[in-house]
Design a protein around this ligand. Structure first.
Ligand code: NAP
Length: 317
């Protein structure tokens, strides 16, 4: 089958498109015919070698965690899922695990979820990591009603979900985005927008209840300057330094740090699916690339500037 895979860790030159061995599923696994894959910064961070201690050294390695497709084979009965079902999910790309940038992929049955009603394959593939990181981060922030939230990176994969979810929960949103994406931030529901190319958000006089850094590059020491006394800083940056700061801050500060990480429990997928079906949240698919042009999708993701998610489609587009 055709796949888009890396032959080593490194830059774009280690990625290839070509034939790989057909996957075979074991007990408890299904084979999914892939229809769409959305990219996350995680994909090119893995390719670069930033995660090599958990992603191993078995090459060729197929990238692409978030996928949507159709069940082709299922090696277990009575799971509520059957051959032909349209499903989506996210693959943990640890060690020998292969990703979804391929015509077919093996997925543990527990990681498969029915596509929410009304969602295309491309939209469903855009949901898992970004949508559930936003959901989990906001859940850890507690009650959102009537809270003033500033979302940094508001039109990105994670950020555009944060804006919509927080707004649906009754918060008022200030979105921080690049010049060309300010209008999109407004259409997502932000009451106020700030251009990060013009202004440093952490040097403003206005104070917020929650600073959600979906961009994942702001330090707590800067974010806290625009937080209320008991404000919350939520960050997608899952680095040891942040964990240490969070630990230290839990003893010393009134302001709180929340780690907005992907969490994919069945109840998380159910909650996200419900929001999609009720029309409370809509995935924004900013660009779609054909499978053979996956390298261009990587380029765009690394370069930045696309509002919403970048998706690779294995269907006719
Ligand atoms: N911990 C976890 O489980 C987890 C899960 C998901 C993501 N993440 C991390 O979270 C980060 C964002 O992920 P994503 O999928 O949302 O990426 P993304 O789609 O590339 O979005 C990044 C956003 O940040 C904005 N941005 C770029 N430079 C900025 C600046 N100087 N100030 C403010 N905003 C800026 C971009 O705006 P423009 O494109 O308009 O410039 C874009 O909207 C990545 O580092 C990713 O690895 C972590």
């Amino acid at each position: 089958m055709k796949a888009y895979y890396m032959i080593n860790y490194g830059g774009p030159e280690v990625m290839q498109y070509g034939d790989v061995r057909e996957p075979s599923g074991r007990e408890g696994e299904a084979i999914v015919e892939v229809k769409a894959v959305s990219l996350n910064p995680l994909d090119w961070k893995i390719r670069d070698g930033q995660t090599r201690f958990i992603t191993g050294r078995k090459f060729p390695k197929i990238l692409g965690a978030d996928f949507a497709g159709k069940i082709k084979e299922i090696n277990k009965i009575s799971t509520g899922l059957t051959i032909g079902d349209n499903v989506y999910g996210s693959i943990r790309l640890y060690l020998k695990n292969q990703g979804a940038l391929a015509e077919r992929v093996v997925v543990p049955i527990g990681a498969l979820h029915k596509i929410p009603e009304g969602c295309s394959f491309e939209e469903a593939a855009a949901l898992p990591i970004a949508g559930l990181t936003a959901l989990n981060g906001l859940r850890l922030c507690g009650i959102l009603e009537n809270k003033k939230i500033v979302v940094n990176g508001a039109t990105g994969g994670v950020g555009h979900f944060v804006v919509q979810m927080a707004m649906a929960a009754g918060a008022s949103i200030t979105a921080v985005a690049s010049t060309k994406n300010l209008e999109i931030a407004k259409t997502l529901g932000a009451g106020k927008v700030i251009d990060y190319m013009e202004q440093d958000i952490t040097r403003q006089s206005e104070k917020y209840d929650i600073f959600f850094d979906a961009y994942g590059m702001v330090k707590f020491s800067n974010a806290r300057k625009i937080l209320n006394k008991k404000g919350i800083f939520a960050t997608t940056l899952g680095m040891p330094g942040v964990v240490l700061t969070k630990f230290w801050n839990s003893f010393t500060g009134q302001q709180k740090i929340v780690l907005a990480n992907y969490r994919g429990k069945p109840e998380d997928y159910r909650a996200l699916g419900k929001m999609i079906e009720q029309g409370v949240v809509k995935p924004l698919v900013g660009k779609i690339f054909p499978f053979q042009e996956t390298h261009r999708a990587f380029e765009e993701s690394e370069k930045g500037g696309v509002a919403g998610k970048i998706v690779v489609s294995l269907q006719e587009i």
